[in-house]
Ligand binder design. Structure first.
Ligand SMILES: C[S@@+](CC[C@H](N)C(=O)[O-])C[C@H]1O[C@@H](n2cnc3c(N)ncnc32)[C@H](O)[C@@H]1O
Length: 210
């Protein structure tokens, strides 16, 4: 596991360009870990965090931030006392995130280990988890370990937000994941399609029982 809070500065245009290139090259290397050919659009990122009340949260954790496009929308909305942590498994994405978000805490590890990662930093329980993980590419046992980890860190009434592509709901793993959510969470809400994303996507917000 590697952890970082500091990285050298670079211009924002250079970072965006470099971020897109880094994203595609990591997709080519690890398609089933990355799960999408392009980063989420700002419109999708804004829809993902809509209504989460990030300003009032004590702890917010992001799973699979990639190059950090959703993080761009999360960070300015956090309250003055909110603690934020990102967990990214892919080394290339982790390096790119550090360039794009110097000073933001990110851990290079699997989100399956979220409980130990948060516990070590005194960040339990978690109010809200924002996930960019490609659930429809994951085998059943990995889905289960990740969902167990999510429920083990979330506070009662806490939210887990993720997104998916319509095509993913046709895949066996995607069907299985969306069927698991109502078994494990008290409330599950699916958004309208966000067309300003490639591919078009929807957001699913699941709330842990109180
Ligand atoms: C579809 S990309 C989403 C990236 C970004 N959130 C976005 O919306 O553009 C999925 C990300 O999840 C990361 N990932 C996949 N499995 C993971 C795991 N077990 N733990 C943490 N990150 C993981 C991938 O490396 C990749 O960066």
């Amino acid at each position: 596991m590697t952890t970082s809070t500091k990285a050298p500065a670079e211009s924002s245009t250079a970072l965006r360009k470099r971020g897109r290139v880094a994203y595609i090259s990591q997709f080519i290397k690890q398609p089933f870990v990355i799960g999408a050919i392009a980063p989420s659009s700002p419109q999708l990122a804004r829809r993902i965090i809509q209504g989460l009340g990030l300003d009032k949260a004590s702890v917010v954790v992001e799973f699979g931030p990639g190059t950090g496009v959703c993080t761009d929308e999360i960070l300015p909305r956090l309250g003055p006392n909110t603690r934020f942590l990102a967990i990214e498994r892919n080394q290339g994405m982790y390096d790119e995130f550090r360039r794009r978000h110097p000073g933001t805490t990110i851990v290079n590890d699997s989100a399956e280990n979220a409980r130990a990662i948060c516990e070590a930093r005194g960040m339990l329980p978690v109010d809200c988890i924002v996930s960019g993980l490609p659930w429809a590419s994951f085998p059943d046992d990995l889905q289960d370990r990740l969902l167990d980890a999510i429920l083990s860190v979330l506070k009662p009434g806490g939210d887990f937000v993720t997104f998916g592509y319509h095509i993913g709901t046709w895949l066996k793993a995607g069907k299985r994941f969306y069927a698991e959510l109502p078994k494990r969470f008290e409330r599950v809400e699916r958004s309208e399609i966000v067309w300003q994303n490639f591919p078009p996507a929807f957001v699913v917000r699941s709330t842990k029982a109180r």
